[in-house]
Structures are given as structure tokens and as C-alpha cells.
Design a binder for this molecule. Structure first.
Ligand code: CP
Ligand code: NVA
Length: 310
């Protein structure tokens, strides 16, 4: 397996199953060592990681900042709106400037294409902290949570309910297929991921993995090991709010839907949640919910990603 050092992580598409497994293995190790009191593991001694964020973030920003600190490095947070880019400097020049002072760049952007511009103009590895098309670091943390709760991914049925074409669903589907699980997307047909994407992730799937699309959430959850949901209106889609809330109204993850699933199903959400829309209080706060494990696992996974790439 080639080293991951120096690579960008914009989507999971150019990471093999073995590489994903290696990130997960190191994440488990990072978590164990932290629980044993090893707070600083100096993979990034003296290194600087720059976080460039165009959209709000609670978990991703904090977990990358804490991860960098716990690896002996230093992080700098840049809010897009504070930069010269707002006065006309090009994104390419901005990326080149950031690259002069950074050993790694973690970027959250509206348009995935902007991440590619940053990556093409920076020598340092660029890590996607969420774009309109992908949220790969979230998906790896979600796989870690599923492994902890269900013992592995191979043969596990993961059902995503809601916006089947959003960044979280796309990256999760790709990761689950790569790791040999079964992905079921229950979504209105007009929100299915495009055929080209479905074909691409099917090509990267491990033997035995499957991807099913359905418009029926009840059918979807019948054999679910994991039920996953995310907001109906992602950042940047605010103009479509009314139309989306109406399109997804039958796709709420609530007690009634959970009652159709096996008793030991786990409930996942990347957060932030819009309680009362895509998920109800009793489900997100219920005994099957794994949402806080997911949030915590972001830290351990970011540490593994930074350690392997930078
Ligand atoms: N799940 C996630 O990416 O959360 P934030 O938007 O708070 O970073
Ligand atoms: N799909 C959501 C995920 C937030 C972490 C969004 O893009 O807003």
C-alpha cells in the first residue's frame, strides 16, 4: 500500500478499502491511547494546520483544532469573510498564500470545485471539512461508531432516511460500500443521488456490498442495523427550505418508524439536528441513539487523518 503522506482528502474516491481500514485502525488506537491518559502524541510536532471555513461549524472545527493540539501541532482558524478574498483576491492566490505558512489545510466550502482550486494551488495536503458534495471525515467517524456498536461494517445494513443526495449521505454510502456493508437510501426519487455517482461508488464497492434505493422509509428500515438521518436543508440550500420540508415530511425518523426496525437498531445523525423535523426528541435522546458517540469519534478520526496525511 502506498503511503498516505502528502495526499489530499477531498472525497473518499481515491482512498482504497485498505487505506480506509488503516485510518480506522489508527483512530481506534488514538482513542485507546487518549482514554489511557496519553494526551499528546507528537505526530505533528511544530507543524501548523490552517482551517479555512466558509460556513459555520461546531464539531468539525473543534475536533480538528483539538486533534492538532493533541498531536503536538498548532492550528489557525480562518473565517473566509475575514480574508482579502472578500476584496477580490482570487481563491488560487489565497490558497498559495495559506500554503506558505501551513503544513496542512482543512477547508469547509460551499462549492466542491473551490476545494479543488485550493488543492491545485497548495503543496500541503488539503482535507475536506465539508463541501456541497462530500463530508468524508464525517463518514469515517461514522464507520468507527458502527464498528464499535455493531462489531464491523461487513454485511451490516445502513439505512439513510432523507436527502439521499446530500454530502453526508454520499460520503457515508461510499464508505459503507467500500467496507463491505449494505447501504439503503430511503428518499424521494427526485432526491436520489445521480446515476453517475451511484455507478461510481458501486465500482468502488467491496465484494458482497450492495446499494439499494427506495422511496419507502418503512420498507427501508425493516432489516436495519443502523438508521441514519441528516438535515433536510443543508447549508447553502436555504432558498429551497419550504419545498424541501414539504418533500421530506414523510421521512421523519420518529418512534413510529423505529418500531418497524429491529430492536437493536442504532440511530445516527451527523448533527446539528433540527429536532422535530428530520428526527424527533424521543428518538435522538432515546436508548438506541449513538449521536454523541459519533460526535466524539470525530476527534479520534481527525487525529488519525492528520497523522497519516501530514
Ligand atoms: N457534523 C458536522 O460536521 O458538524 P459541524 O457542522 O458542527 O462541524
Ligand atoms: N448536510 C449538512 C451536514 C452538516 C454537518 C449540511 O451540509 O448542512
Amino acid at each position: 500500500m502506498q503511503s498516505m503522506k502528502g495526499r489530499d482528502l477531498l472525497t473518499l474516491s481515491n482512498f482504497s478499502r485498505e487505506e480506509l481500514e488503516m485510518i480506522l485502525k489508527l483512530s481506534i488506537d488514538m482513542k485507546h491511547r487518549l482514554k489511557c491518559g496519553e494526551y499528546i502524541i507528537p505526530y505533528l510536532n511544530g507543524k501548523t494546520i490552517t482551517l479555512l471555513f466558509q460556513k459555520p461549524s461546531t464539531r468539525t472545527r473543534l475536533s480538528f483544532e483539538v486533534a492538532t493540539y493533541q498531536l503536538g501541532g498548532h492550528s489557525i482558524y480562518l473565517n473566509w469573510s475575514d480574508l482579502q478574498i472578500t476584496r477580490g483576491e482570487s481563491l488560487a492566490d489565497t490558497a498559495r498564500a495559506i500554503d506558505c505558512y501551513s503544513d496542512g489545510i482543512v477547508a469547509r466550502v460551499y462549492k466542491h470545485l473551490d476545494l479543488e482550486v485550493i488543492a491545485n494551488n497548495a503543496r500541503a495536503p488539503v482535507i475536506n471539512a465539508l463541501s456541497d458534495l462530500a463530508h468524508p471525515c464525517q463518514a469515517i467517524a461514522d464507520c468507527l461508531t458502527i464498528i464499535e456498536k455493531k462489531g464491523g461494517i461487513k454485511g451490516i445494513n445502513v439505512v439513510f432516511i432523507g436527502d439521499g443526495n446530500n454530502n453526508v449521505c454520499r460520503s457515508l454510502s461510499e464508505a459503507i460500500l467500500k467496507l463491505g456493508g449494505n447501504m439503503i437510501i430511503a428518499s424521494p426519487r427526485s432526491y436520489y443521488p445521480p446515476q453517475s455517482y451511484i455507478e461510481e461508488i458501486r465500482k468502488g464497492a467491496s465484494k458482497g456490498a450492495s446499494l439499494i434505493l427506495t422511496e419507502d422509509p418503512i420498507e427501508g428500515v425493516k432489516n436495519a442495523d443502523v438508521i441514519y438521518t441528516d438535515v433536510w436543508v443543508s447549508m447553502g440550500q436555504e432558498k429551497e427550505k419550504e419545498e424541501r420540508i414539504s418533500a421530506f415530511s414523510k421521512y421523519q425518523v420518529n418512534s413510529q418508524l423505529i418500531s418497524k426496525a429491529p430492536q437493536d437498531v442504532i440511530i445516527m445523525h451527523c448533527l446539528p439536528a433540527h429536532r422535530g423535523l428530520e428526527i424527533t426528541d424521543e428518538v435522538i435522546d432515546g436508548k438506541n441513539s449513538a449521536v454523541w458517540d459519533q460526535a466524539e469519534n470525530r476527534l479520534h478520526v481527525q487525529k488519525a487523518i492528520l497523522a497519516l496525511l501530514i
